[in-house]
Design a protein around this ligand. Structure first.
Ligand code: AMP
Length: 402
């Protein structure tokens, strides 16, 4: 068994790689960085070592292999290279684990082949994740490579929540069901919420609202996910930065038959030109709130539509859980946008949900309660840390395997 205490977390996207090197003894970051615009002429690597100034490299990274090689060089320059004996494992974020991968998994050829078989259900994400794993394996073939799946935490959803009400045979043939995403975040935040409240996760019912550029809600009962807002793909559910969230599937037929759009154009419309961006031309909540303050009607409508959908999910998951102990806001919007938190919870005192305006206005990077003492449901802001969650799961697996 490896005696290393560090985990490198890799999150490979189609043209980017994000990474963090984490010391598991205390959860501290030894280095973090990002390579972007891989495959384009104007690539960029930003590397931040612990305690040091950030370094920027502007050059072309022809592919993920070249990008990771440069990351390895940056780490080596800091004395924490990939050949260091302290490195215990590389943890990979993999978006879609399908029905098989419901836990962190040590990657071998067979596992990699199975992740590849899932590409048809995650065409935007899994190919890049696979490339990240292949490149990392080539760099350190002897090191455990561990895949941590975005879908895994949601595998506990009961069948009636995971099923779409469509012909079962057709659904099963094409693996069409609700898988859910952002699982590492929902898992981390639901546990961190229990820690904030000094409660055992097993006895706590939490609604987690992960509001980033992508956004999803989940209902977590006693530490177990019982429903989540994303489905077969990360398109279902809440209004997002550029994704529509829920729409009547009839919209797709209509746009195709009557509007003359191709399926690819509709895919592009719903995934990349909808949500906040489609409603008002901006997908950054800061900009939308600023414009809204200035009386911009389109920005106001985008804000209101976003909040309305959020409130429907809060109400829906309240009914799913029956008893709600806490609501946790997380990710870029959830952690920073006090007006969104205020609007999403306004007028819900009858449900035992209240927010203290002063506590809500506090800016902090720490997990914190924003509801008053008398609120039956604790409302909290709980910063997510998907990289730490991935590292912890990978590290635990390495030790269990040893
Ligand atoms: P994430 O995907 O978690 O990184 O979240 C990114 C999104 O968070 C951005 O697109 C913004 O809309 C939002 N965001 C970040 N900082 C703030 C802020 N200070 N106030 C409001 N929204 C913010």
């Amino acid at each position: 068994m490896s005696t290393g205490t560090r985990v490198l977390v890799l999150n490979a996207g189609s043209s980017s790689v994000k990474y963090q090197l984490i010391e598991m003894l205390d959860g501290s970051r030894l280095a973090a960085g990002l390579v972007e615009r891989i495959g384009e002429p104007n690539g960029r690597l930003v590397h931040t070592p612990r305690g040091g100034p950030r370094r920027e490299t502007l050059q072309t990274f022809p592919d993920h292999g070249a990008a990771l090689k440069s990351v390895a060089e940056e780490l080596a320059a800091d004395g924490v290279g990939l050949d260091s004996p302290e490195l215990a494992a590389i943890g990979h974020r993999v978006v879609h684990g399908g029905l098989r991968f419901t836990a962190p998994t040590l990657v071998d050829d067979e596992v990699l082949a199975e992740i590849r078989r899932l590409v048809p259900v995650a065409p935007l994400h899994n190919p890049a994740n696979i490339t990240g794993i292949e490149v990392a394996r080539a760099l350190r073939p002897d090191l455990p490579q561990i895949a941590v799946f975005d879908t895994a935490f949601h595998a506990t959803m009961p069948e009636y929540a995971a099923r779409y009400a469509i012909d079962r045979a057709v659904a099963d043939e094409h693996r069409v069901r609700r898988y859910g995403f952002h699982g590492t975040s929902h898992q981390y935040v639901s546990r961190a919420t229990a820690a904030l409240l000094g409660r055992d996760p097993a006895e706590l019912n939490v609604i987690v609202l992960h509001l980033g550029n992508g956004a999803s809600a989940s209902a977590v009962a006693g530490g177990v996910c019982v429903d989540t807002s994303m489905g077969l793909t990360p398109l279902e559910g809440l209004v997002m930065g550029t994704r529509s969230g829920d729409v009547d599937p009839g919209v797709v037929f209509h746009l195709h038959r009557v509007g003359g759009l191709t399926i690819d154009q509709i895919d592009d419309l719903l995934n990349r030109r909808s949500g906040l961006l489609g409603l008002c031309g901006d997908n950054d909540m800061r900009e939308i709130m600023r414009r809204s303050e200035e009386g911009d009607a389109a920005a106001r409508l985008a804000f209101d539509t976003y909040v309305h959908r959020l409130r429907k999910y809060i109400g829906g998951y309240y009914a799913v859980l029956g008893r709600v102990d806490a609501i946790a806001f997380t990710a870029g919007v959830g952690e920073n946008a006090a007006p969104v938190r205020a609007a999403a919870t306004a007028g819900l005192d009858q449900l035992g949900i209240s927010v203290d305006p002063e506590l809500n206005a506090v800016r902090s990077g720490e997990a914190r309660v924003i509801s008053p003492e008398y609120s039956r449901v604790t409302v909290a802001v709980v910063p997510t840390d998907e990289e730490l969650e991935i590292a912890q799961q990978a590290f635990a697996l390495v030790h269990a395997a040893g």
